[in-house]
Design a binder for this molecule. Structure first.
Ligand code: PLP
Length: 423
């Protein structure tokens, strides 16, 4: 058997990869004339080469048809968001009417909380993970205060109970049991952004519902990273962005899921005209009649230019399919893990769970020598065309995205860390 750390071995693995051709569908930024080893798809996914044509299609339609672009010809703007529903539903495991592309992630989280966080004196509390992404925490805390409750008592942040900062299912179960009667909402990540830990969403939904709480998921780091079964897991709602693993560009229009059982809910919502029933929207009447399903939470006519790249990205997800992407992801991240174990264990500690079913593609790597050395290593990687990202105080996140990363990228990361460590 060849040495797994040899270039020949990495190239043999890449030749055997059935998805290897997809990399050519992306713009990979260059470093010294060669493609970067880009591991930052968990922050901003690469641009699909097809995105430009979709954006230009909108610009051309606007130039040539102006207002008539809304309701004439190909890819008309009035139903433009419907062009992505089916493919998007496929990526997150939902029915097409359960998903909508709109707004941004945090805006969608607020809209979902307006409808699904309905605290009472007896049941005001929200359970989330400690160290959540700040925007989620700000959203939740401001919603608690908006309803007149006190985050100090009613925001329950579950601390990590495992040695590398991850959270066991048993800890979640205990927290739900302990706070159950006071829980209005469980808001949980599909994949935790800092640790890369993936959670059993069906089990969390089951626990939350059994306690009488609503269950919502933030899938910012899960959408396009893991196969999801949103409908079957029973979540009440979910939100995510499209600029990370979904490769739809900086600040891309985000995603939102509302389970079919709430399609015709009479819960309160913050409404806008684009959520109004389509058949009568342009009668411009004063009364709001929501479109059934997730589309009923839309506020405004969507930013068509911003939505266009999502179509290019979804085409690639459609070509590959989430099961095949996951298979490749398991191989690629497994290869990274193996090489770190073989060559870098004195430099880096893997903080992400070692069980593949408890993680997506990202490995969070704690630099053993601490912050200053970690920062120096991170800068050295960047200077050598290996792009990860840095999370204070001592973590480098490396996310091999199966749509465009390959084993050669992973080997470059490992060799560059070795070069730094031996310098
Ligand atoms: C990336 C990310 C966000 C970012 O929120 P935006 O509204 O898209 O700016 C929020 N929450 C989580 C968990 C994230 O990973």
């Amino acid at each position: 058997m060849t040495d797994p750390c040899s270039i020949d071995h990495a190239h043999a693995l890449d030749r055997a990869d059935p998805l290897r051709a997809l990399r050519a569908q992306f713009h990979v930024p260059l470093h010294d004339g060669a493609e970067q080893a880009y591991f930052c798809g968990n922050s901003l996914g690469l641009q699909p080469r097809g995105a430009r044509a979709y954006v230009e299609e909108v610009l051309d339609k606007w130039a040539m048809e102006a207002v008539e672009g809304h309701f004439r010809g190909h890819a008309q703007w009035m139903p433009y968001h419907e062009l992505v529903c089916e493919a998007l539903a496929g990526v997150v495991g939902a029915q097409p009417a359960e998903v909508v592309a709109m707004n941004s992630l945090t805006a969608n989280l607020h809209l979902m909380l307006v409808s699904f966080y309905r605290p009472t004196r007896e049941r005001p509390a929200i359970l989330m993970e400690a160290g959540a992404f700040p925007s989620d925490r700000h959203a939740v805390e401001s919603q608690l205060r908006f309803h007149g409750f006190d985050p100090a008592t009613d925001l329950i942040e579950l601390e990590a109970d495992e040695p590398t900062g991850t959270i066991s299912m048993a800890a979640i179960e205990r927290a739900v049991a302990e706070h159950g009667p006071r829980l209005a909402l469980v808001l949980w990540p599909g994949v935790q952004y800092r640790t890369g830990q993936a959670f059993d969403l069906a089990e969390i939904a089951r626990l939350g519902h059994a306690a009488g709480a609503v269950v919502g998921f933030d899938l910012a780091h899960a959408a396009g990273n893991l196969p999801l079964a949103l409908h079957d897991c029973g979540a009440d709602f979910a939100v995510w962005c499209h600029y990370k693993y979904m490769n739809s560009g900086p600040g891309a229009v985000a995603g939102c899921f509302v389970h079919a059982r709430h399609a015709r809910t009479d819960r309160p919502r913050f409404a806008g005209w684009w959520g109004h029933e389509k058949a009568t929207r342009f009668r411009m009447g004063p009364e709001f009649v929501p479109t059934p399903g997730a589309e009923g939470w839309q506020l405004s006519n969507p930013p068509i230019l911003a939505m266009a790249p999502l179509r290019a990205s979804l085409e690639l997800f459609g070509q590959a399919g989430m099961p095949a992407l996951r298979e490749k992801s398991l191989r690629l991240t497994g290869y990274l893990e193996t090489l770190i174990g073989a060559r870098l264990s004195r430099v880096l500690e893997i903080a992400t769970p070692r069980e593949p079913e408890r993680r997506g593609c990202q490995l969070s790597l704690r630099v053993r020598e601490g912050r200053d050395a970690g920062r120096a290593l991170f800068d050295y990687l960047s200077a050598n065309g290996v792009i990860g990202d840095w999370r204070e105080p001592d973590v480098i996140r490396i996310a091999p995205a199966p749509l465009y990363n390959n084993h050669d990228d992973v080997l470059r990361f490992v060799r560059t860390v070795e070069a730094w460590a031996s310098a």
